[in-house]
Design a binder for this molecule. Structure first.
Ligand code: KG4
Ligand code: ZN
Length: 354
């Protein structure tokens, strides 16, 4: 082993994840039970249903992780668990489960910030993946998910300076809401990306909220603009305003492209400006929206132009998973942090203050 093996538990939102990670980098197992199908009917997450699903899945997920890992409790140095931010009921399922495991097997417990986990995902190596250099400091990380959108500077492990964050909706939330406006399936992000890929006209202009020189983000105005633009497109096509008849596929594609372009433009421009201003050597991207192909392509082109390294974990490591908690947990464990059995859920735990 090239570092301690951590068993990591993630249950902050709607994925139940358990992983075994060695030295904060090498994944031995990473099992995720997703509730996306469960929440598709309501078009969003219902907290009580999410918490109950975690309870239902957490033991089978642990069993599956052990089956993949080929390790035993004897090899485990500590148990890491997400303590926040997230949904209180969902967090509590993982925290109580991790506490029980730590107590029964007499292992130290480490509390992990979910947002730090999204950043630390950039350090992970899949089983069998060749070794590669760890991301170089200083770096700038953009985390964009259904619950969070923030930009942070890291000068070292555990050293965060919050540069900016959303002042209203998260980027993924905007994708999900506009997806619903366009009559696309939940979650809206991947559906908008797919629709945008077949757009034949790329001249639909959606507004960008630059917020002056700030690194903060705002997506609520864009969402309102999207509603106005979709209503106008409906009227133009002679459709009922109540959304009962679908927009022509061509129009849906054009609108999806215009909206995605506006989100990507703001996210990428601010990230690159921050990286250049901070003298960063690398840009790290994480969170569910990091799966977006247009965002990846734009950041790839701009980081190359600015001679910055771009690190984007594969999509399964960008969305919520246990391995990222094992990566961040290893930093905390190495720094001597230990949680007691009184560890509590912190639904609005910040990553870093400004
Ligand atoms: O990180 P994540 O799995 O869960 C949260 O912690 O929120 O992120 C889910 C979000 C959803 O809003 C979803 O629409 C968005 O990530 N997403 C995407 C794409 N894939 C997932 N957004 C844009 N393009 C995608 N390809
Ligand atoms: Zn997340």
């Amino acid at each position: 082993m090239s570092g301690p093996l951590l068993l990591a538990v993630e249950s902050s939102c709607d994925e139940t994840g358990i992983a075994l990670v060695e030295g904060g980098r090498r994944i031995h197992a990473n099992v995720v039970a997703s509730q996306v199908a469960l929440h598709a009917g309501t078009g969003g997450i219902v907290p009580e249903i999410a918490a109950r699903a975690h309870l239902r899945w957490i033991v089978p997920v642990l069993d599956a992780a052990w089956a993949d890992a080929g390790a035993s409790w004897h090899d485990v140095a500590a148990v890491a668990v997400t303590r926040g931010p997230g949904l209180a009921g969902s967090l509590l399922v993982g925290i109580n489960f991790a506490k029980t495991l730590a107590w029964v097997h007499d292992k130290p417990l480490v509390g992990v910030n979910h947002l730090e986990g999204h950043v630390a995902a950039a350090w992970l190596l899949d089983p069998g993946e060749p070794e590669r250099e760890a991301p170089p400091f200083p770096l700038v990380a953009l985390v964009v998910s259904g619950g969070h959108t923030f930009l942070v500077e890291m000068r070292d492990r555990l050293s965060y300076r919050l540069l900016g964050q959303t002042v209203d909706d998260a980027a993924g939330e905007a994708f999900d809401k506009v997806g619903r406006l366009l009559g696309l399936p939940y979650p809206g992000g991947p559906a908008i990306q797919r629709a945008a890929e077949v757009a034949t006209s790329r001249d639909r202009v959606f507004p960008r909220a630059w917020l002056g020189d700030s690194y903060d983000f705002s997506f609520s105005g864009l969402k309102t603009a999207a509603r106005r633009i979709v209503d106008a497109a409906r009227a133009e096509a002679g459709l009922a305003p109540d959304g009962s008849e679908p927009l022509p596929a061509r129009t849906t594609a054009e609108l999806a492209w215009g909206f995605q372009d506006a989100v990507v433009d703001v996210l990428a421009s601010k990230t690159i400006r921050a990286a250049v201003t901070c003298g960063a050597r690398a840009v790290v991207l994480g969170g569910g929206v990091a799966a977006n192909a247009a965002l990846r392509a734009r950041l790839a082109a701009e980081t190359e132009r600015c001679e910055l390294q771009l690190i984007v974990p594969r999509p399964g490591l960008c969305t919520d998973n246990g391995a990222m908690i094992g990566a961040a947990g290893a930093w905390r464990f190495a720094a001597g942090e230990r949680a007691g059995l009184d560890l509590d859920a912190r639904p609005s735990l910040p990553l870093a203050e400004r």
